[in-house]
Design a protein around this ligand. Structure first.
Ligand code: 2HA
Ligand code: ZN
Length: 283
């Protein structure tokens, strides 16, 4: 079987192209990783080579030792993924200690996994454990509107979650637990990886101040949909703030936010809704 006809590989490629179409991946911005199931790994195995060297990560965690990931390439462009998958993406295996990777397929001509792979790996370990193994996707993008909000809102989970819930009716049903926020840090470093992992213990989406958004999910549709919903709500918020010269006449009320979450089987994160310093954001 051709590796490009494996549905997980196709879904991965499609998400990269879709993210580019949305305008979220200027140059080599953003990255995507997906933890393959055993069946998917077997379907891809005829295309694997196992003679490549192990490369140590900056982090070590045995939580997903031996796991196999589809990854975008460091310095490679989302825009080019559908045109040349074997150059722009790859499949890597984690060693038995959870501290190194080696390339099994793809990333041709000297490629390596995304510069954010350490962040992705730590978050995979955490979210996989938190969801009984259901979580498989980590997706990082540079959407403009959620990033714009990091210049005007307090950098707190409460301020962001509440602003987004208030701005689009879909939000309380899509992410009732809210979104986390991490202050500005140098990309690709252990510090950002650790801060993101901490935030991911509570939230399946984390805003990176002045940089972008990091989301997780069980499959490509859910992860892409979460990125898309958050960015859409942020766009509405920014447009409304601009049109109202910083003042919003009304927003979706707190009880409405609660009711939407409940109507769709969720429970709103009351701590975030109660507000903290973000509580008065709409006034
Ligand atoms: O892959 O987006 O955060 C490039 C980046 C780093
Ligand atoms: Zn980035």
């Amino acid at each position: 079987m051709d590796i490009l006809s494996v549905s997980a590989v196709q879904g991965f490629i499609r998400l990269c192209g879709d993210g580019w179409e949305q305008g979220w991946h200027e140059r080599n911005g953003g990255n995507l990783t997906y933890r393959l199931t055993e069946e998917e790994t077997e379907a891809c195995r005829p295309a694997f080579r196992t003679d490549r060297p192990w490369t140590p990560m900056h982090v070590e965690d045995p939580g997903l030792a031996g796991a196999v990931f589809l990854v975008t390439g460091s310095g490679r462009y989302m825009r080019n993924v559908p045109l040349d998958p074997a150059f722009n993406i790859g499949i890597v295996e984690i060693d038995s200690r959870g501290g190194a990777w080696r390339i099994l397929w793809g990333l041709e001509r000297g490629g390596k996994p995304t510069s954010e792979f350490d962040s992705h790996y730590l978050c995979h370990v955490l979210r996989s454990q938190a969801t009984g193994g259901a979580c498989r996707v980590m997706y990082h993008a540079h959407p403009a509107y959620i990033t714009a909000l990091t210049f005007v809102l307090p950098l707190t989970a409460s301020a962001f979650s509440r602003a987004l819930w208030q701005s689009e009716t879909e939000c309380p049903m899509v992410f009732p637990h809210g979104v986390g926020v991490v202050e500005w840090m140098v990309p690709g470093g252990a510090e950002l990886a650790e801060a993101t992992r901490k935030a991911m213990a509570e939230y399946d989406a984390v805003v990176w101040a002045h940089h972008g958004l990091f989301v997780s999910g069980p499959d490509f549709d859910t992860a892409f949909g979460l990125m898309h919903t958050i960015e859409k709500a942020a766009q509405i918020r920014v447009l409304a703030l601009a049109a109202g010269q910083g003042r919003l006449r009304q927003v979706i009320p707190d009880q409405g936010i609660r009711d939407v979450a409940e109507a769709y089987g969720g429970t709103i994160n009351e701590t975030l809704l109660a507000g903290g310093e973000g509580g008065k954001q709409h006034e």
